[in-house]
Design a protein around this ligand. Sequence first.
Ligand SMILES: [Mg+2]
Length: 260
Amino acid sequence: MKKWITFDLDGTLMQNPFDAWIFPEVETLLSEELKYSCDAKKRLFHAHQQMLRNEQIVAAYDWDDLVRQLIQELGLTREIDIEALVVTHSVEPKVYLLDDTVIPALRRLKEEGYDLAAVTNGYYKYQYPVMKALGLTEWLDVIVTPERTGYAKPNIRMLDSLLSEGELVAHVGDRLDHDVTIANQLGVVSVLIHRDLPEELLGLSPKQRADHIGLGPVLEGLAARENPQLAGMRLPQSYQPNYVIRDLEELFHCLDIKKR
Ligand SMILES: [Mg+2]
């Protein structure tokens, strides 16, 4: 019987190359051909957000298809291979781990007997090259992705195959709508990682932070960034994390870790 701990990737463990490298390159390629700036990054992100809002979550992360649609909208005929661009740009320091505690924490969890998996809404073909470059594939036993399972976070069906092999102890991630929500809906420990906590929360334990009034504005800010339509709205109960950590080292204050 496995004891899984699952991790989101982007914003939780690693920085992918899309924002800083791939979108700007797409922009350059298209603008050169058009002879004017087409604001590709903004348009792609807008299309992505729109699909998330329409609950087309699996499709929202198909960047090859989103770029193909943009090219068509612009009246161009060229092709851009996003998967190939990911491979090209998956080198440090273009991609990087989000802090120095990531690998030591994963190693320690493995030593403690946990089975670790990435649960990401990014497609395998875009995530694996980044994970490989950063040494994450060595520690994460399984990579769960939407195009392989047919489901995306926060749909709990995404974790069916992991759960058939064991129990899920906790899920760690940086998004309320996808990560905290999927954990809460499964009734497992939800751990929000947020590296920019306000001063008043820093001295508290991960559990105390989750219960502290000062977390309210942090959650509201995150929710509004994930979905601008949630700005000023009362947040769903499923957005409330059980623990709030600022790095992976603090995960050990959330789990009752015993050697098996
Ligand atoms: Mg994330």
